[in-house]
Design a protein around this ligand. Structure first.
Ligand code: ADP
Length: 224
């Protein structure tokens, strides 16, 4: 039943961008469009293609997770590398959104066994949510800390927060909350559904603390 529901949800999700692309293409073929409109249709089509691309990548990951064949490559490394790589790749998005992104990592190496590619994916999903949902003038910050037993990553934003009754659902596939303003429409509800299994494959834990109108903190603890 779960699989059937998943396939139904997937088809539903694919229908929206496909219908939009079809419409923009047809409108352009009809010929009677000026250059400005044509450019706008092309831009919207590009956004829809990006959405399809994002969906297909994430769906492939979810199906691998379900099948128990999620590729993992866990090795000893310095956790500062993936954290800094993601933060350094996003400043353009942060500037464009008017939401500064700060990070703090220890001066000494943070050694742990982890899958670099998956941690990059996890950090990307959490930071992208923070940047997407936080209104202009707010901020997103990432902090990496360590003790003898564990490594902790915190992603904190001063965004809209998540209402208490929605918190239990945010890690479900295709779940989208209501408190997300204009940004809500752009999501797929798959980002956090992928974050959780990545935390689990590292035997870690994830916690969320959120206050409506103040912000949200995702805290991930990975044992050594
Ligand atoms: P998406 O971002 O594509 O909607 P996610 O799985 O990443 O899907 O998130 C699920 C829901 O959790 C979002 O729709 C939103 O309601 C809520 N959420 C996640 N991160 C945040 C955040 N940083 N601030 C506010 N709400 C959030």
């Amino acid at each position: 039943d779960r699989l059937r529901e998943f396939v139904a949800d997937v088809s539903h999700e694919l229908r929206t961008p496909i219908a939009a692309l079809k419409m923009y293409t047809e409108l352009q073929r009809e010929g009677d469009v000026d250059d400005t409109t044509r450019r706008e249709f092309l831009e919207r089509s590009t956004d829809q293609i990006a959405r399809l691309e994002w969906l297909s990548t994430n769906l492939l990951d979810l199906s691998r997770i379900d099948a128990g064949i999620y590729p993992r490559d866990i090795r000893e490394g310095d956790m500062r590398d993936p954290v800094e790589a993601v933060v350094q790749a996003l400043p353009e998005v942060a500037v464009e959104r008017g939401v500064p992104l700060d990070s703090a990592v220890p001066a000494e190496p943070v050694e742990l066994r982890f899958d670099r590619e998956r941690i990059v994916q996890l950090m990307n999903n959490l930071i992208a949510n923070g940047l997407k949902f936080t209104p202009r003038g707010g901020s997103v910050s990432v902090e990496l800390t360590q003790t003898e037993e564990a490594v902790t990553i915190e992603v904190r934003d001063t965004g809209p927060g998540i209402p208490a009754d929605e918190l239990p659902h945010i890690f479900e596939r295709f779940y989208r909350g209501t408190n997300t303003g204009d940004a809500g429409g752009s999501g797929s509800g798959l980002g956090l559904a992928i974050v959780r299994p990545i935390v689990e494959m590292h035997d870690g834990e994830i916690e969320v603390a959120s206050v409506v109108d103040e912000g949200t903190v995702f805290r991930i603890r990975l044992p050594r």
